[in-house]
Design a protein around this ligand. Sequence first.
Ligand code: SF4
Length: 280
Amino acid sequence: MKLEALAPEAPSIGSPFDLRVSKADKVDETDIRSALESGEWGFIHSFTTGSAVDGPGVRVVAWLTSCQFRCVYCHNPDTWKLTNGTPVRLDRAIDVVSQYKTSLRSMKGGLTVSGGEPLMQHRFLSKLFPAVHKLGIHTALETNGHLGERLSDDDLTSIDLVMLGLKAIEPGLHKRLTGVDNKDVHDFARRLAARKHPVWIRFVVVPGWTDDMGEVDRMADFVASLGNVLRVDILPFHQMGRFKWDKLGMEYRLHEAVPPSRETVDKVIARFRANGLKVV
Ligand code: SF4
């Protein structure tokens, strides 16, 4: 099936917590490849409007599909597969954002592109961000950072804020947690630091995985050493995505895990603050 035949009139508005699968399974492989190469199409799980937790102010969020990480705590495993997303033309995506232009500006918000891992579709981003930026809308990229080298310095000029998810500092722990090494993530963090690019760090506290205070201290040290981090979001692990793992028939290793206690979260926050970082 050709992409054009599948393209919806309007991109799907919804929540990242909606389970979405097989939206583009029937599209020809060659069409998918050329869409990724041209950047004229994006594969999008959903658009959320009015989000107050995905960057500064009130935001439109585009949740892109495809991710190379396999985080044990991922709450959106349906975004891992590119073809679970709906193909959306670049101009339609720009239209969606521009229709909220006035309210996004008045609520000091903007567009956040999240996922999945948006940089799996970096050519789409390289076109979407400059177009939205030109409209005077604030832009943010939420990324795991592993593919940061795919962004040119020029690309970075149209991304006002990078929200970088740091999963773990110790390489072995990072590999167990995500299935992927963290060297490239750190290289991207340092590159952003060298450019003094505005960054927020996001760190998920998962009991038994990332709540060891030695690990937290090393993470806080690393983040503080960068010098360009405007704020750190400490995110307590939750079970809102568990049903997706079950419905997708995937093995979920955190069935028994419970969210961290308030005391643990406060301890983690204190360790980051002790390094002079602003924590929310
Ligand atoms: S990087 Fe994000 S989307 Fe990818 S597996 Fe990890 S939590 Fe899920």
